[in-house]
Design a protein around this ligand. Structure first.
Ligand SMILES: C[S@@+](CC[C@H](N)C(=O)[O-])C[C@H]1O[C@@H](n2cnc3c(N)ncnc32)[C@H](O)[C@@H]1O
Length: 259
Protein backbone atom coordinates (compact mmCIF):
# COMPACT_ATOMS: atom_id res chain seq x y z
CA UNK A 1 0.00 0.00 0.00
CA UNK A 2 1.40 3.40 -0.98
CA UNK A 3 1.67 6.07 1.73
CA UNK A 4 -1.07 8.24 0.12
CA UNK A 5 -3.43 5.22 0.12
CA UNK A 6 -3.14 4.60 3.85
CA UNK A 7 -6.14 6.73 4.84
CA UNK A 8 -7.54 4.63 7.69
CA UNK A 9 -4.13 3.99 9.25
CA UNK A 10 -3.17 7.69 9.24
CA UNK A 11 -6.57 8.66 10.63
CA UNK A 12 -5.99 6.19 13.49
CA UNK A 13 -2.43 7.40 14.04
CA UNK A 14 -3.57 11.04 14.24
CA UNK A 15 -6.41 10.11 16.59
CA UNK A 16 -3.80 8.49 18.83
CA UNK A 17 -1.36 11.43 18.59
CA UNK A 18 -3.69 14.42 18.97
CA UNK A 19 -7.29 13.15 18.65
CA UNK A 20 -7.68 14.89 15.28
CA UNK A 21 -8.32 11.87 13.08
CA UNK A 22 -11.52 11.15 11.16
CA UNK A 23 -12.52 8.81 8.37
CA UNK A 24 -14.98 9.46 5.56
CA UNK A 25 -16.38 6.27 4.05
CA UNK A 26 -17.28 6.78 0.40
CA UNK A 27 -19.48 4.19 -1.31
CA UNK A 28 -19.37 3.70 -5.07
CA UNK A 29 -22.87 5.19 -5.52
CA UNK A 30 -21.56 8.48 -4.10
CA UNK A 31 -22.98 7.98 -0.60
CA UNK A 32 -20.64 9.40 2.06
CA UNK A 33 -20.68 8.26 5.68
CA UNK A 34 -19.00 10.65 8.10
CA UNK A 35 -20.33 8.86 11.16
CA UNK A 36 -17.24 6.78 11.94
CA UNK A 37 -15.94 7.76 15.39
CA UNK A 38 -12.39 6.48 15.60
CA UNK A 39 -12.10 6.63 19.41
CA UNK A 40 -13.95 3.30 19.59
CA UNK A 41 -10.90 1.59 18.05
CA UNK A 42 -8.91 2.54 21.16
CA UNK A 43 -11.40 1.36 23.77
CA UNK A 44 -10.47 -1.22 26.41
CA UNK A 45 -12.27 -4.39 27.47
CA UNK A 46 -14.44 -2.65 30.08
CA UNK A 47 -15.95 -0.38 27.40
CA UNK A 48 -16.90 -3.22 25.03
CA UNK A 49 -20.41 -4.59 24.81
CA UNK A 50 -21.32 -7.68 26.81
CA UNK A 51 -21.27 -9.85 23.67
CA UNK A 52 -17.93 -8.52 22.46
CA UNK A 53 -16.46 -9.37 25.89
CA UNK A 54 -18.04 -12.82 25.81
CA UNK A 55 -16.67 -13.40 22.32
CA UNK A 56 -13.11 -12.40 23.19
CA UNK A 57 -13.21 -14.59 26.30
CA UNK A 58 -13.25 -17.60 23.95
CA UNK A 59 -9.77 -16.74 22.62
CA UNK A 60 -7.14 -19.37 23.40
CA UNK A 61 -3.77 -20.61 22.14
CA UNK A 62 -1.92 -18.71 19.44
CA UNK A 63 -4.05 -15.81 18.24
CA UNK A 64 -4.06 -14.09 14.85
CA UNK A 65 -5.86 -10.72 14.79
CA UNK A 66 -6.69 -9.93 11.15
CA UNK A 67 -7.21 -6.24 10.36
CA UNK A 68 -6.10 -5.34 13.89
CA UNK A 69 -6.46 -1.55 13.41
CA UNK A 70 -5.22 0.17 16.59
CA UNK A 71 -4.88 -3.28 18.15
CA UNK A 72 -7.45 -3.11 20.98
CA UNK A 73 -8.24 -6.85 20.91
CA UNK A 74 -4.59 -7.88 20.44
CA UNK A 75 -3.46 -5.68 23.31
CA UNK A 76 -6.10 -7.10 25.66
CA UNK A 77 -5.19 -10.72 24.87
CA UNK A 78 -1.44 -10.04 24.99
CA UNK A 79 -1.93 -8.53 28.47
CA UNK A 80 -3.68 -11.75 29.48
CA UNK A 81 -0.56 -13.66 28.45
CA UNK A 82 -1.68 -15.05 25.09
CA UNK A 83 0.71 -15.13 22.15
CA UNK A 84 -0.79 -12.71 19.63
CA UNK A 85 0.11 -11.82 16.06
CA UNK A 86 -1.62 -8.67 14.80
CA UNK A 87 -1.73 -8.14 11.05
CA UNK A 88 -3.03 -5.22 9.06
CA UNK A 89 -2.77 -4.11 5.46
CA UNK A 90 -2.07 -0.57 6.66
CA UNK A 91 1.58 0.24 7.56
CA UNK A 92 0.37 3.19 9.71
CA UNK A 93 -1.99 0.91 11.67
CA UNK A 94 0.87 -1.56 12.25
CA UNK A 95 3.13 1.29 13.40
CA UNK A 96 0.37 2.28 15.83
CA UNK A 97 -0.02 -1.31 17.10
CA UNK A 98 3.73 -1.35 17.83
CA UNK A 99 3.58 2.08 19.52
CA UNK A 100 0.79 0.73 21.73
CA UNK A 101 2.97 -2.18 22.77
CA UNK A 102 1.91 -5.08 20.59
CA UNK A 103 5.00 -7.24 20.31
CA UNK A 104 4.22 -9.05 17.07
CA UNK A 105 2.54 -6.69 14.60
CA UNK A 106 3.08 -7.23 10.89
CA UNK A 107 2.12 -5.40 7.71
CA UNK A 108 0.23 -8.15 5.98
CA UNK A 109 -3.11 -8.25 4.17
CA UNK A 110 -5.44 -11.19 4.62
CA UNK A 111 -4.83 -11.97 0.96
CA UNK A 112 -1.04 -12.24 1.56
CA UNK A 113 -1.33 -14.47 4.63
CA UNK A 114 0.28 -17.87 4.18
CA UNK A 115 1.10 -20.94 6.32
CA UNK A 116 4.68 -19.63 6.84
CA UNK A 117 3.16 -16.88 9.02
CA UNK A 118 2.42 -19.59 11.59
CA UNK A 119 -0.27 -21.98 12.75
CA UNK A 120 -2.96 -20.31 14.84
CA UNK A 121 -5.59 -21.62 17.25
CA UNK A 122 -7.80 -18.52 17.27
CA UNK A 123 -8.41 -16.07 14.47
CA UNK A 124 -10.03 -12.74 15.28
CA UNK A 125 -11.94 -10.84 12.62
CA UNK A 126 -13.74 -8.37 14.87
CA UNK A 127 -14.93 -4.80 14.39
CA UNK A 128 -17.01 -5.77 11.30
CA UNK A 129 -13.97 -7.57 9.90
CA UNK A 130 -15.87 -10.55 8.51
CA UNK A 131 -16.27 -7.89 5.82
CA UNK A 132 -12.62 -8.30 4.78
CA UNK A 133 -13.67 -11.51 3.01
CA UNK A 134 -15.07 -9.18 0.32
CA UNK A 135 -17.42 -11.32 -1.78
CA UNK A 136 -18.90 -14.80 -1.85
CA UNK A 137 -16.21 -16.20 -4.13
CA UNK A 138 -13.31 -14.46 -2.41
CA UNK A 139 -14.64 -15.44 1.02
CA UNK A 140 -14.65 -19.13 0.14
CA UNK A 141 -11.10 -18.86 -1.18
CA UNK A 142 -9.82 -16.93 1.86
CA UNK A 143 -11.58 -19.20 4.37
CA UNK A 144 -9.83 -22.21 2.84
CA UNK A 145 -6.54 -20.30 3.13
CA UNK A 146 -7.30 -19.52 6.80
CA UNK A 147 -7.98 -23.21 7.36
CA UNK A 148 -4.45 -23.96 6.11
CA UNK A 149 -2.96 -21.48 8.64
CA UNK A 150 -4.76 -22.93 11.66
CA UNK A 151 -4.66 -25.93 13.98
CA UNK A 152 -7.15 -28.80 13.70
CA UNK A 153 -9.40 -27.43 16.46
CA UNK A 154 -9.02 -23.76 15.55
CA UNK A 155 -11.76 -21.20 15.85
CA UNK A 156 -12.62 -17.98 14.07
CA UNK A 157 -14.23 -15.28 16.24
CA UNK A 158 -15.94 -12.73 14.09
CA UNK A 159 -18.64 -10.10 13.79
CA UNK A 160 -20.86 -8.75 11.03
CA UNK A 161 -23.94 -6.59 10.48
CA UNK A 162 -27.12 -8.00 8.93
CA UNK A 163 -27.67 -5.78 5.85
CA UNK A 164 -31.39 -6.66 5.72
CA UNK A 165 -31.98 -4.70 8.94
CA UNK A 166 -31.11 -1.47 7.09
CA UNK A 167 -33.86 1.15 6.99
CA UNK A 168 -32.30 4.00 5.00
CA UNK A 169 -33.90 4.01 1.49
CA UNK A 170 -30.49 4.75 -0.06
CA UNK A 171 -29.03 1.62 1.54
CA UNK A 172 -32.03 -0.46 0.49
CA UNK A 173 -31.78 0.70 -3.12
CA UNK A 174 -28.00 0.02 -3.09
CA UNK A 175 -28.75 -3.54 -1.96
CA UNK A 176 -31.39 -3.96 -4.71
CA UNK A 177 -28.88 -2.78 -7.29
CA UNK A 178 -26.28 -5.21 -5.93
CA UNK A 179 -28.69 -8.14 -6.30
CA UNK A 180 -29.64 -7.05 -9.83
CA UNK A 181 -26.00 -7.27 -10.93
CA UNK A 182 -25.33 -10.60 -9.17
CA UNK A 183 -23.55 -9.24 -6.11
CA UNK A 184 -24.53 -10.06 -2.54
CA UNK A 185 -26.89 -7.48 -1.01
CA UNK A 186 -24.34 -6.39 1.59
CA UNK A 187 -21.31 -6.34 -0.71
CA UNK A 188 -20.29 -2.72 -0.36
CA UNK A 189 -17.77 -1.19 -2.74
CA UNK A 190 -16.10 1.61 -0.82
CA UNK A 191 -12.99 3.61 -0.17
CA UNK A 192 -11.82 5.51 2.88
CA UNK A 193 -10.73 9.15 2.76
CA UNK A 194 -8.81 11.19 5.33
CA UNK A 195 -7.24 14.59 4.56
CA UNK A 196 -5.48 13.92 1.23
CA UNK A 197 -5.21 10.17 1.79
CA UNK A 198 -7.50 7.89 -0.25
CA UNK A 199 -7.55 4.09 -0.18
CA UNK A 200 -8.16 2.22 -3.40
CA UNK A 201 -11.74 0.96 -3.90
CA UNK A 202 -12.39 -2.35 -2.16
CA UNK A 203 -15.34 -4.65 -1.44
CA UNK A 204 -16.45 -5.08 2.16
CA UNK A 205 -19.04 -7.78 2.84
CA UNK A 206 -21.92 -7.62 5.30
CA UNK A 207 -23.96 -10.81 5.62
CA UNK A 208 -27.11 -12.01 7.34
CA UNK A 209 -26.95 -15.10 9.53
CA UNK A 210 -28.16 -17.39 6.73
CA UNK A 211 -25.74 -15.80 4.24
CA UNK A 212 -22.90 -16.36 6.74
CA UNK A 213 -23.73 -20.07 6.74
CA UNK A 214 -23.90 -20.06 2.94
CA UNK A 215 -20.54 -18.26 2.64
CA UNK A 216 -18.70 -20.75 4.83
CA UNK A 217 -20.38 -23.84 3.37
CA UNK A 218 -17.79 -26.16 1.78
CA UNK A 219 -14.80 -24.35 3.33
CA UNK A 220 -14.09 -26.76 6.24
CA UNK A 221 -15.54 -24.21 8.70
CA UNK A 222 -18.96 -24.29 10.37
CA UNK A 223 -20.88 -21.96 12.66
CA UNK A 224 -20.67 -23.15 16.25
CA UNK A 225 -22.42 -20.26 18.03
CA UNK A 226 -24.04 -17.03 17.02
CA UNK A 227 -25.29 -14.20 19.25
CA UNK A 228 -27.26 -11.16 18.20
CA UNK A 229 -26.26 -7.84 19.73
CA UNK A 230 -27.88 -4.44 19.33
CA UNK A 231 -29.59 -3.50 16.04
CA UNK A 232 -28.10 -5.44 13.13
CA UNK A 233 -24.86 -6.50 14.84
CA UNK A 234 -24.04 -10.12 15.67
CA UNK A 235 -21.02 -12.15 16.76
CA UNK A 236 -20.16 -15.64 15.58
CA UNK A 237 -17.81 -18.39 16.69
CA UNK A 238 -16.85 -20.48 13.69
CA UNK A 239 -14.96 -23.74 14.14
CA UNK A 240 -13.38 -26.32 11.90
CA UNK A 241 -15.96 -28.83 10.73
CA UNK A 242 -14.95 -32.43 11.41
CA UNK A 243 -13.98 -34.05 8.15
CA UNK A 244 -15.71 -37.23 6.98
CA UNK A 245 -12.52 -39.17 7.55
CA UNK A 246 -12.18 -38.02 11.18
CA UNK A 247 -15.88 -38.82 11.75
CA UNK A 248 -15.36 -42.19 10.16
CA UNK A 249 -12.30 -42.78 12.36
CA UNK A 250 -14.30 -41.81 15.45
CA UNK A 251 -17.12 -44.11 14.35
CA UNK A 252 -14.77 -46.99 13.70
CA UNK A 253 -13.09 -46.43 17.11
CA UNK A 254 -16.60 -46.59 18.60
CA UNK A 255 -17.30 -49.83 16.71
CA UNK A 256 -13.98 -51.37 17.88
CA UNK A 257 -14.69 -50.55 21.51
CA UNK A 258 -18.19 -51.99 21.14
CA UNK A 259 -16.79 -55.31 19.84
C1 LIG B 1 -12.87 -1.50 10.85
S1 LIG B 1 -11.16 -1.61 11.22
C2 LIG B 1 -11.25 -2.82 12.55
C3 LIG B 1 -10.07 -2.73 13.48
C4 LIG B 1 -10.06 -3.72 14.66
N1 LIG B 1 -10.31 -5.09 14.26
C5 LIG B 1 -11.03 -3.31 15.73
O1 LIG B 1 -12.11 -3.91 15.85
O2 LIG B 1 -10.72 -2.37 16.46
C6 LIG B 1 -10.57 -2.56 9.82
C7 LIG B 1 -9.06 -2.74 9.75
O3 LIG B 1 -8.78 -3.70 8.72
C8 LIG B 1 -7.66 -3.26 7.95
N2 LIG B 1 -7.75 -3.89 6.61
C9 LIG B 1 -8.48 -3.48 5.55
N3 LIG B 1 -8.32 -4.33 4.52
C10 LIG B 1 -7.48 -5.30 4.95
C11 LIG B 1 -6.95 -6.47 4.35
N4 LIG B 1 -7.27 -6.80 3.09
N5 LIG B 1 -6.12 -7.24 5.07
C12 LIG B 1 -5.79 -6.91 6.36
N6 LIG B 1 -6.27 -5.81 6.97
C13 LIG B 1 -7.12 -5.01 6.28
C14 LIG B 1 -7.78 -1.75 7.95
O4 LIG B 1 -6.52 -1.15 7.66
C15 LIG B 1 -8.30 -1.50 9.36
O5 LIG B 1 -7.23 -1.26 10.24
Amino acid sequence: MKQRQDAFGHALLDTYSYRGGFAAIERDDGYIDLDCPLEKYFTGYDKWSYLERQTIRNARGKVLDIGAGAGRHSLHLQNLGLKVTAIDKSPAAVKLCRLRGIMDARVRSIEELNPEDGTFDTILMLGNNFGLLGSLKKAKRLLKKLAACTSADAQLLTQSLDPYKAKDPLNLSYQRHNRSVGRMSGQIRMRVRYRNYITPWFDYLFVSESELRHVIEGTTWKVDALSHAEESKYFARIVKARTNSSCTQALSRGCQSAL
